[in-house]
Design a protein around this ligand. Structure first.
Ligand code: GLY
Ligand code: MN
Length: 436
């Protein structure tokens, strides 16, 4: 089936689930805004534009100021902004593969677009331009509706899975090139360029700035620099994805050169197996918080096995927060149009929040997993000064093998991340299909 056919199904599903949500919240219609350009303060340059994610859920049209009008039982209307502008390209949408699913009307000015949604009966607006929407009589206190739309977002349609597969395939080509650039002795900047060049894209297609870390910088979870002087790294962590029609892939790999300490190389191999074991535990009905707890337990085991922690059981190491010193972030998150996608904390479509044991504050989703959810699985072990420092003088200091920690700290850390679709019988690990 071609993408357009998958898209047709996707829109039919959106129509059905959105009609239900509108009925439940007693709205007659819904307007979704793509959003406007945002400018740097006192400057005429704008920040890179990203369409509002719920707009993207319906429509892949790029660019600002479009509105979508969704009415139960009617074909959705795209009110497209086609300004008379000779500074920028405004793509002709007439041959877009998705256009036949919409009634499209084009307007040269924003005022003309907004005039189309003025004085509609009880109509909700979601998007970034709330003040303007209110001035046109649209309802913007929409938390009930948003909870339902966010909930539906967490069940991926076949179209969305196709897009995720394409975004993964592209990211995998970048990851392969990045790995080669690392083993060839490249700098962080070289590796970043190799990644982008292999994917044949610009920054526009990056779902987030690439995280490219040589050596000790791998201990900075979202390290943003690209050093050019440091080369011939001993260890390497890359966290980078691609965005296809708005759908993100989010992939992390860690590597060690032959010159890296043997202890680190074996820790990396242990972490690779651990990450795959965690992926295979996933099935519908599993609580992601439980999987996160399992990750802590396994990471504590690994730390003890490698003598980074000693004189304590793995249960107590987790209980005392020792595993969290090395693994301070959540095991994963929902993935989709947002890299950290919506709906992660809900237990149902009305927006009820998942009860928490309160043990893991940094966990971005505590969902009971269900078929159709797309999540990342990204355990890590890092040598982070800011977290290790206080332990040196704390009550648990004797449980840490400080000599070994000092020896491995220049290696930075390890994270391995796959994007996993929950299926009726278990999982489909989309990342491993392209990056074994
Ligand atoms: N890829 C960055 C993150 O998941 O936070
Ligand atoms: Mn991630």
């Amino acid at each position: 089936m071609v993408l357009a056919a998958f898209f047709r199904q996707h829109i039919a599903q959106r129509q059905k689930t959105t009609d239900l949500a509108l009925r439940e919240c007693r709205y007659d219609a819904l307007v979704i805004g793509a959003g406007a350009l945002n400018y740097h303060t006192e400057d005429d340059r704008s920040y890179p534009f990203r369409s509002y994610h719920h707009f993207n859920h319906w429509c892949p049209a790029r660019g600002p100021n479009h509105l979508l009008l969704i009415r139960p039982g009617q074909k959705p209307t795209l009110l497209a902004h086609m300004p008379l502008d000779f500074w920028h390209e405004h793509a002709d949408l007439s041959d877009a593969f998705w256009l036949s699913e919409f009634e499209m009307k084009s307007f040269a000015t924003e005022d003309e677009i907004w005039a189309q949604v003025k004085s509609l009966p009880f109509t909700a607006y979601i998007g970034p331009d709330k003040n303007r929407a209110e001035s046109y009589g649209l309802k913007t206190e929409t938390s009930n509706l948003l909870a339902r739309l966010n909930w539906e977002r967490s069940f991926k349609s076949d179209y969305e899975i196709k897009c995720t597969v394409r975004s993964t395939r592209r990211a995998a080509t970048g990851h392969v090139a990045a790995r080669e650039a690392f083993f060839a002795g490249g700098s962080e900047l070289d590796i970043h360029h190799a990644y982008i060049r292999a994917m044949r894209c610009t920054d526009y297609h990056l779902p987030y700035e690439t995280i490219v870390c040589l050596n000790e910088k791998a201990s900075i979870l979202h390290y943003q620099r690209k050093r050019d002087k440091t080369r011939m790294g001993k260890t390497f962590l890359i966290d980078a994805g691609f965005q296809y029609k708005g759908y993100a892939s989010d992939i992390t790999r860690s590597y060690a050169a032959d010159e890296a300490p043997e202890e680190f190389r074996s820790l990396l191999s242990g972490m690779s197996k651990l990450q795959q074991r965690l992926c295979l535990l996933i099935k519908p009905g599993l609580s992601f918080e439980h999987l996160h707890a399992q990750a802590h337990s396994e990471i504590a085991h690994l730390l003890i096995e490698h003598d980074l922690i000693r004189g304590i059981s793995h249960e107590s190491a987790v209980e005392l927060g020792l595993s969290a010193v090395f693994f301070p972030h959540g095991l994963g998150h929902m993935l989709g149009l947002c890299v950290h996608d919506v709906g992660g904390t809900q237990t149902d479509r009305t927006g009820a929040v998942a009860p928490s044991t309160g043990r893991f504050k940094n966990l971005r989703t505590r969902r009971i997993l269900d078929a159709g959810n797309l999540i990342t699985v990204e355990p890590g072990i890092y040598f982070i000064d800011l977290l290790l420092g206080p332990q040196k003088v704390g009550a648990n200091a004797t449980y840490f093998n400080w000599a070994l920690i000092e020896q491995l700290a220049p290696c930075g850390g390890i994270r391995i991340e796959d994007d996993v679709l929950v299926t009726r019988s278990g999982i489909r690990n989309i990342t491993r299909e392209f990056l074994p």
